[in-house]
Design a protein around this ligand. Sequence first.
Ligand code: PNS
Length: 163
Amino acid sequence: MRIAVVPGSFDPVTLGHLDVIGRTAKLFDHVFVVVTHNPGKSALLAVDERVRLIDESLADVGIHGVQVDSWSEGLLVDYCRRVGAEAIVKGLRSATDAAYETPMALVNRDLAGVETLFLVAEPTTSHVSSSLVRQVASLGGDVSPYVPRAVVAALQPEGPIRG
Ligand code: PNS
């Protein structure tokens, strides 16, 4: 049984995240998507809401065999040990992502021998980030090209401002 963890802040989940989760589900027997606390970021959505939005979005696009969870009790590698995961999977959109992700991957391997695998982001979503989505939504722009329907409804219940 090969188990992978796809971790992230998912604040909110984007179409890029869903692509990486779906591709990971094809490679592993079981996938845990885990919403973790990033001490370097201040959050827009509550962790429970982020979990709900990922759950709904996976069902909506027909990605099955994935369990969505949250983790705030310590290191990501502690969660990996708990669920028996041998790999962490993350998407890479750019060289900037690689520079940000590489030290974390090495520390996670030092801490617990857990390997990190990177999937190259699908080009149609490689410019999409949760932080840009938060900014566009907060200023009334249309985020529907970037996020699943459930997230559009959560961030813009009355629809985007149209000029
Ligand atoms: O989506 P993000 O914010 O880029 O994800 C970063 C995340 C949440 C995966 C990272 O901050 C993390 O692993 N946090 C859990 C705490 C931890 O294990 N820190 C040490 C990582 S080397």
